[in-house]
Design a protein around this ligand. Structure first.
Ligand code: FAD
Length: 326
């Protein structure tokens, strides 16, 4: 069995750890084998999260707190990470494939002259070798990749690698490190959240997505209701965004977000290739479309041919009834 020391960057969003951080710990454990997984938390107010990282499989946690690390900047985070890496001399480094991870990982890989596999959806250990799986060309091909030497780096796509079972009885050392973060060339002055900011689409387990067939901003009402009763969130096609029915932050697809929920309900979406690029890896796809020839039915596990304004409210009622019956 291999014995690697692997670092994982934990990420916070709206005061909680992002669930992809736990998935990254599971990936790091796979890479580490019998070695040690150390989670790192970087930011301005980051106390109180370490136990959760340990419960999900980190063996140890390092925290780097500094006022200049407010509003995650890859510049500041990189300074903190380089310092930690000098001390720790890790064999591996795992990030989430989030806005931060996508920005930070190439910067670190380039400085460390390390191999980086990004947007990883699967990871397997074959004796000493770690084999990473990642989709290519908007999911039309799958690549299996190994890093042949040196530091092993990866970014993990949310909702693909199962986290380890949470075990609150696990214990591990938590250390805080003082690092001077200075001479930042870029700083985030302010983060303005969009109105639709709720559950992060890329980490959502259930998505009810609307397309041009929803016809108006008000038309998203029944979809919102279905998402609420199912405990999910609303997404959209670019058709719906372009038509002004919803915010672009909801767009799923090649030029929007890539999502892998357990359940994706596509309502009034035709299934253009650019849309499929963002959602075709969803675990279960249900399509509602009044056109029986719509392309979305080719990738749907279940298809409902009908008017979404009749089908969606009926589904809402059905789910409500099921809940009453429980
Ligand atoms: C470079 C590039 C990048 C792109 N990136 C993206 C991207 O990231 N994401 C994306 O989604 N698209 C993207 N597109 C656009 C894409 O090609 C399609 O135009 C878009 O996905 C269509 O959106 P839609 O399915 O909502 O609309 P439409 O194709 O107009 O489909 C509407 C569907 O609603 C159905 N419908 C209508 N009324 C009802 C009703 N009452 N009940 C049930 N069904 C109904 C219709 O039968 C139809 O199938 C991109 C295009 C380009 C060129």
């Amino acid at each position: 069995m291999v014995n690697r020391n692997v670092l994982v960057l934990g990420e916070l969003k709206s005061g909680s750890l992002r669930s992809v951080s736990f998935e990254a710990i599971a990936a790091a454990q796979e890479i580490a084998g019998n070695g040690q997984v150390t989670a790192i938390l970087i930011g301005e107010e980051i106390q109180g999260y370490s136990d959760e990282m340990i419960a999900y499989g980190a063996d140890r946690v390092l925290t780097v707190e500094h006022k200049n690390l407010r509003n995650a900047t890859s510049d500041g985070y990189a300074q903190a990470l380089f310092k930690v890496m000098e001390e720790e001399q890790p064999d591996g480094l795992v990030f989430a494939h989030t806005a931060l991870g996508k920005d930070l990982a190439p910067r670190v890989a380039s400085r460390m002259d390390a191999g980086l596999v990004s947007d990883v959806t699967g990871i397997a250990r074959e004796e000493e070798t770690i084999v990473f799986t990642r989709p290519l060309f908007s999911g039309k091909a799958i690549e299996k990749k190994v890093i042949t030497e040196g530091l092993m780096m990866a970014t993990i796509r949310p909702n693909n690698i199962p986290p380890l079972d949470r075990d609150p009885s696990r214990s591990g050392k938590v250390e805080s490190i003082d690092i001077e973060i200075e001479n930042l060339r870029t700083m985030v002055k302010e983060i303005i959240h969009s109105k639709s900011d709720g559950v992060d689409l890329s980490e959502a387990k259930i998505i009810v997505a609307g397309g041009r067939g929803v016809k108006s901003a008000e038309g998203f009402g029944p979809l919102q209701e279905l998402a609420e009763v199912l405990g999910g969130t609303v997404g959209a096609s670019r058709g719906a965004c372009d038509a002004g029915f919803c915010d672009y932050s909801l767009q799923i697809g090649q030029t929007g977000k890539v999502v892998t929920p357990d359940l994706y309900i596509a309502c009034g979406i035709s299934g253009a290739i650019q849309h499929l690029a963002g959602m075709s890896n969803s675990k279960l796809i249900i399509a509602i479309n009044k056109d029986p020839e719509a392309n979305i039915f080719h990738i749907a596990d279940y298809g409902i041919v009908g008017d979404l304004f009749e089908v969606v409210p009926a589904l809402v009622e059905e789910v409500k009834q099921m809940k009453v019956g429980v």
